[in-house]
Design a protein around this ligand. Sequence first.
Ligand code: GDP
Ligand code: MG
Length: 180
Amino acid sequence: MGGREEEEGGEEYLFKIVLIGESAVGKSNLLSRFARNEFDNNSKATIGVEFQTQVVEIDGKEIKAQIWDTAGQERFRAVTSAYYRGAVGALIVYDITRRSSFDSIKRWLDELSTHCDTAVARMVVGNKCDLENIRDVSVEEGKSLAEEEDLFFMETSALESTNVQTAFEVVIREIYNNVC
Ligand code: GDP
Ligand code: MG
C-alpha cells in the first residue's frame, strides 16, 4: 500500500507500515505513544483495531501513515501474510533488556523479506531505553546489526517518549523518498 492518488486539491499518500518483533517488546505502546501520545503499563494483548492511521506532513504534503500492530499472534509465530501484504515500511522492534528479543531480529527480517518482495523501508528499534540499569544489549550491538543489514537504527522509550516520533518519521520519510 504505497498509494498516491490524485484528489481534488492535490495528491494523497497512504503508506502501510507494520510493527514486528517478539511479544512484549513494546510494539503496541510505541504505536499508542505515536498515534495518541498514550502509554499503557499493562497492555495485555492488543485489542480490537488492526491499525491506526496517523497523518504526518512531509515537504508540505499530507501523508497518511497506516500503522499495523499485531494482535499478539507473534507469540505463536503466526503473523499471517495478510498482515504484511502491501507494507512499504516496517519497524522491527526488540527490547534492550531482553537479549532473546534482539537475537530474533534476523528471523523477523527473514520473515519480512519472505512476505514483502518490494523495497520496504526498515528500521531496527531497540525499545525500553529508559531501563538503562538492566540493559542487556548495547547500543553498539544494535547499531552494528543495523549496519550489517543496511537498515536504520534507533533506540526508543515508549514510556518516556524518547525518539518515538522520530523513529516513525524517519521510516515515513524514507518511504516517501522511495515512492516519490
Ligand atoms: P508488545 O507485545 O510488543 O505489543 O508490547 P507491549 O506494548 O504490550 O508492552 C509490553 C510491556 O512492556 C508492557 O508491560 C509495557 O508497559 C512495557 N513497555 C513497553 N514499552 C516500554 C518502554 O519504553 N519502557 C518500559 N520501561 N516499559 C515498556
Ligand atoms: Mg502488542
